[in-house]
Design a protein around this ligand. Structure first.
Ligand SMILES: [Zn+2]
Length: 410
């Protein structure tokens, strides 16, 4: 997969790209029969418990009402459609020029990852050069410390750097719910690893500050999407011009130079992800509703509708079965989207409480008040409240997609 991703990110050889993309989908045919059997078994068990299908059961145990999530995804579809179409047109014109084809000839293998879930690298400024001399662990630790949050003990227990045979991804884990919290990362001085380190330590500090007097089962974040929201809130900072200025000592001029690029990149990432999340949510819902439908066709119908990526003519393969979440982490994807919504809601709550109107006027580094906000209103309650009450407790209102809209859908 790393080789496939490298080719899709860097190669200008269309034939090689096509081969790499097709190779990434080969696993679909290998797993599809087992996966469909699994889907039917999941449905059978859900039905035996009185649910219409497994999708509904999974939402129920995550304390979501299906109609509530449908409404939310409909609203997000409506508000992201236009801004996404504009950004997608810009991406397509750049890619068409790069590969010497007409825009109508662009196919999935022209985009820079196998599912078009990430923003392609199309702007000339790479943020990596601002981080190339940074000690990532120190930089991120200094930032959290400046908000009054000490992450040094977490860092000391953690596995930070690459070595032969090591797990290449990243996660945060709470070993004992008694304070032994660690992150697994493979730090390098790049923007992506700064984002990941901010993200994983976001999960970590949430766990650190949960009220230790709560019973064991409540000593956990309020919901999967609330801990994602915290991690995403901090992860976004690696592309925040003010944060970069404060943490990297950039000059005013340098900050202005990167402002439009980083803001555009972050917006592009959010919109691309929001459209991709639509495909995942709607596909899985349909998959469990009718596993006998023409799923290969349905997948590309949804991709064309929501992501505006054209299918490869005549291809009839289970490309949907290559997305690992559909196989191993079923009916979970919406939590990432809800995390992004809540991350924006946290941001506007903090701005409101500090009397700040514009995002660019909010301070992050050195903002002790912001640190206290997260510790007291977000982390401390753990799982004491149901997620919807928790969101009200932390932000003063129920989960509201309009803050994400305000931030990214203009
Ligand atoms: Zn995460």
């Amino acid at each position: 997969m790393n080789e496939v991703k490298r080719i899709l990110r860097t190669s200008n050889d269309t034939e090689l790209r096509r081969k790499a993309w097709v190779a990434s989908k080969q696993v679909g045919e290998v797993v599809v029969d087992d996966l469909l059997e699994l889907v039917r078994l999941r449905n059978e068990l859900a039905c035996s418990l009185g649910f219409p299908d497994y999708h509904t059961l999974k939402l129920y145990v995550q304390e979501f009402k299906p109609e509530e999530l449908d409404r939310l995804f409909d609203r997000l579809d409506e508000v992201t459609r236009e801004p996404f179409a504009r950004i997608k047109a810009e991406i397509d014109s750049i890619l068409a020029a790069r590969f010497g084809v007409e825009e109508e000839e662009l196919r999935p293998y022209h985009y820079s990852d196998p599912f078009f879930q990430e923003a392609p690298n199309i702007y000339t400024i790479s943020l990596d050069r601002y981080y190339k001399d940074a000690n990532v662990a120190e930089l991120v630790s200094d930032f959290y410390k400046s908000m009054g949050i000490d992450v040094q003990p977490i860092i000391e227990r953690s596995d930070l750097y690459e070595r032969e045979g090591k797990y290449p991804h990243a996660y945060c884990t709470n070993i004992d719910r008694k304070g032994d919290i660690r992150v697994m990362v493979n730090l390098k001085p790049t923007e992506q690893w700064v984002e990941t380190m901010l993200h994983e330590l976001g999960h970590a500090i949430y766990e650190v500050y949960i009220d230790p007097t709560l019973p064991f089962f409540l000593r956990d974040p309020a919901h999967s999407f609330t801990t994602e929201a915290v991690a995403m809130f901090f992860g976004r900072l690696s592309k925040n011009p003010e944060w970069m200025r404060e943490m990297l000592n950039l000059s005013e001029q340098e900050t202005e130079k990167i402002r439009s690029v980083v803001e555009k990149t972050l917006t592009m990432e959010q919109l691309i992800f929001a459209r991709w999340a639509q495909v995942m949510y709607r596909f899985e819902k349909a998959l469990y509703k009718d596993p006998d439908a023409d799923l290969n066709e349905l997948w590309w119908d949804l991709v064309e509708k929501y992501q505006k990526v054209r299918r490869i003519d005549g291809r009839d393969k289970p490309d949907w079965a290559t997305k690992i979440h559909i196989c191993s982490y079923p009916v979970y994807y919406h939590n990432y989207m809800l995390g992004e919504l809540l991350a924006s809601q946290f941001l506007f709550t903090i701005m409101e409480e500090e009397g700040v109107d514009k995002i660019k006027d909010l301070r992050f580094a050195g903002n002790i008040k912001m640190g206290k906000y997260f510790v007291n209103r977000v982390f401390r309650p753990g799982k004491k409240y149901r997620w919807d009450r928790f969101v009200e407790y932390a932000t003063g209102e129920s989960l509201n997609p309009e803050y994400f809209v305000k931030q990214f859908c203009r």
